[in-house]
Design a protein around this ligand. Structure first.
Ligand code: ARG
Length: 452
């Protein structure tokens, strides 16, 4: 094992099994860039507090900058023998700057580092995802635009309900995703990133030094957007012991995953022979090793199923945090696998859907065949009777009887004579009824929806 950041107090070496179990380098290495940013801010604070010399400050700054640029290029590789990302970065820095690194952990604890790193990572990820969701919505809008006048049967209880515009159907998902993006934006805006909590009790460096020095360092790094503000803590115990932000982000991801799962379910159903409403792009389907005819919607199924992982990840962190005494506890190391796994899934989902949606082709013929089902217009016929002065209750009753008659005599409403229709309402005539048995007129008569 590589050099640890502790050890003086111990006589025996760490049990190798325990050492392996406790190592987090494989998981937390993706925090390397955030850890380097945190270290960069920290050396400014140490220098401002006169705890390191100018020469030490410059050496550390140079070392951190070069590691940071490697990390940003994806060229920094972890040493698997290290305990965690924090020790690994320090060892790397030691190789670059030598003795100066011995002062780096002054007024700093990994408890504060991991709190900073994870928050910073969540901030970046939530903003990236916010952007990705808008791209996804653009592709939903593009598909809606391509089929702007297409009408499909709308469902409740998965039964034919009323005709709706396909663009409105897509708009419903777009609206859910807008909410998801708003939740992410709100999350990023509220996330407080701090430095200076130490292990739990704070550090001997005055808050003002943190404030002024961090500001300078952030400016140097080009992180000038107020969203990147980093301040000394208002309460150091809560900083090192709370993972509410992880829970909150995971809950936003779980809700997003639920929306994705519903969209996927609709598309899966629609791609079935029974519906036959859409043709999916081949590039998002797979075949069968046995049945040559198969084209399976695996991408959609994987995304539908992934909500199980997303909900599980949320439950996992909630359960880990439940009942933990203040402040930091090592249990909290288990927050990262679920956090990263959920972020990875959701990132895949947004990117894949953004490409999958434009590759969808609508099958107008089979959609139109379903629109011939007269039951879809029953409410329109009732609305018509209301417009003629009937109460809705009596109109509902009349149309109910008309539908029952049509089923029992196996006779389409459109084929009924004037006299037959008049049995159900004196306001009925063949012409008026035919006018209402039409998808275009059905959507035309829906006036309550505010269209932009
Ligand atoms: N790997 C740890 C975590 O994720 C980092 C903090 C370690 N702190 C400690 N006192 N051992 O929570």
């Amino acid at each position: 094992m590589a050099k640890k950041l502790w050890g003086g107090r111990f006589t025996a070496k760490m049990n190798p099994l325990f050492e392996k179990f406790s190592s987090s380098i494989e998981t937390d290495w993706r925090l390397a860039e955030c850890d380097l940013i945190g270290s960069y801010l920290h050396i400014y604070v140490l220098y401002g507090a006169k705890l390191i010399s100018k020469a030490e400050f410059l050496a550390l700054k140079k070392g951190i900058k070069s590691l940071l640029s490697d990390a940003q290029k994806g060229a920094l590789r972890p040493d698997p023998a290290c305990e965690d990302v924090h020790s690994c970065i320090q060892n790397m820095l030691e190789k670059k700057v030598g003795k100066a690194v011995e002062k780096l952990q002054t007024a700093r604890s990994r408890n504060d580092q991991v709190a900073f790193d994870t928050r910073f990572y969540c901030l970046e990820e939530s903003m990236g995802l916010h952007h990705a969701i808008f791209e996804l919505n653009k592709s939903l809008k593009a598909l809606a635009g391509r089929y702007a006048s297409l009408i499909i049967p709308g469902y409740t209880h998965l039964q034919h309900a009323q005709p709706v515009y396909f663009k409105d159907y897509l708009g419903a998902y777009e609206a859910m995703f807008v909410e998801d993006a708003a939740r992410l934006e709100c999350f990023a805006g509220r996330l407080e990133i701090t430095l200076g909590s130490g292990a739990l009790a704070g550090t001997p460096i005055p808050a003002l030094v943190y404030k002024t020095q961090i500001k300078k360092a952030l400016k140097e790094l080009g992180l000038v957007d107020p969203i990147y503000e980093v301040l000394p803590p208002k309460n150091s115990l809560v900083v090192v012991s709370d993972r509410d932000f992880v829970v909150e982000l995971l809950s936003i991801l779980a809700i997003f995953g639920m929306h994705v799962s519903r969209l996927c379910e609709d598309l899966i159903l629609w791609s079935s022979k029974e519906f036959d409403f859409i043709e999916l792009g081949d590039e998002f389907c797979t075949g069968s090793s046995l049945m040559p005819q198969k084209k399976n919607p695996d991408a959609l199924e994987l995304m539908r199923g992934a909500s199980g992982i997303l909900y599980g990840d949320l439950m996992s962190v909630l359960t880990t945090m439940k009942g933990l005494p203040l402040s930091y506890n090592r249990d909290m190391q288990w927050d990262k696998q679920p956090l990263f796994a959920s972020l990875d899934i959701v990132r895949f989902e947004t990117y894949i859907l953004t490409q999958l949606v434009p590759a969808i082709k609508m099958k107008k013929l089979s959609i139109d065949r379903q629109l011939e089902d007269e039951s879809l217009y029953a409410t329109d016929l009732a609305d018509y009777l209301v417009s003629k002065g009937e109460t809705f209750r009596s109109a509902h009753e009349s149309i109910g009887r008309l539908v029952r008659y049509s089923i029992s005599y196996n006779k389409a409403i459109k084929d009924m004579s004037d006299a037959e229709l008049k049995q159900f309402s004196r306001h009925f005539g063949k012409e008026e009824v035919l006018k209402r048995l039409d998808p275009k007129s059905s959507v035309y008569f829906k006036k309550s929806v505010v269209r932009k």
